[in-house]
Write a protein that binds this ligand. Structure first.
Ligand SMILES: [Zn+2]
Length: 166
């Protein structure tokens, strides 16, 4: 019994030593590969430009603002407190806005329509300020997930998500 236990123990020690050696060897290989990568000068390509944005070039997407095809005004219709009809002054400015890229079906194919949504607020005679807000959809709750997911109009969404809003 004792002999069997000892043998088992020795076997385990051997296994541990071997695993250790393997791990060390892998470490050494990884370090070598890392060193090789750092030392190797970047291969220069002559006369061959890769497609797309070149390293160091200014990104177009981030510097060019979206140009809306349509601007949609969202105004609060009634006071949230007393339900009185609200009047929006012609001089009032939206308190927020966002862009939506909508995929619209055309006669042949699709077209991306850029919509700018503007949201207005209004103060009622009763003193309450009502804000028009983007629509919100279903909430997905998963136990253990830090944040619940909610469908909102207030984001740039793809065509699939946009279809879910309706
Ligand atoms: Zn009111």
């Amino acid at each position: 019994m004792r002999g069997k236990l000892l043998r088992g123990l020795r076997y385990r020690q051997r296994l541990a030593r071997r695993n250790n050696r393997l791990a060390q060897r892998e470490d050494a290989q990884a370090q070598k590969a890392d060193k090789d990568l750092k030392q190797k000068p970047k291969a220069k390509k002559f006369g061959k430009k890769s497609r797309g944005k070149q390293p160091g070039a200014k990104g177009m997407w981030r510097t060019t603002p979206l140009v809306p095809n349509i601007t949609m005004a969202h105004q609060p219709g009634n006071c949230a407190a007393c339900n009185a009809q609200l009047e929006i002054a012609a001089s009032s400015k939206p308190y927020m806005g966002y862009y939506v890229l909508e995929l619209e079906k055309q006669e042949c194919g699709f077209e991306v329509i850029c919509q700018l949504h503007h949201y207005y607020e209004a103060t009622c005679g009763c003193g309450h300020q009502t804000k028009a807000r983007p629509g919100q959809g279903a909430v997905s709750v998963v136990p253990g997930r830090g944040k619940d997911l909610q469908l909102q109009e207030y984001s740039l969404v793809g065509p699939m998500q946009a279809a879910l809003h309706r």
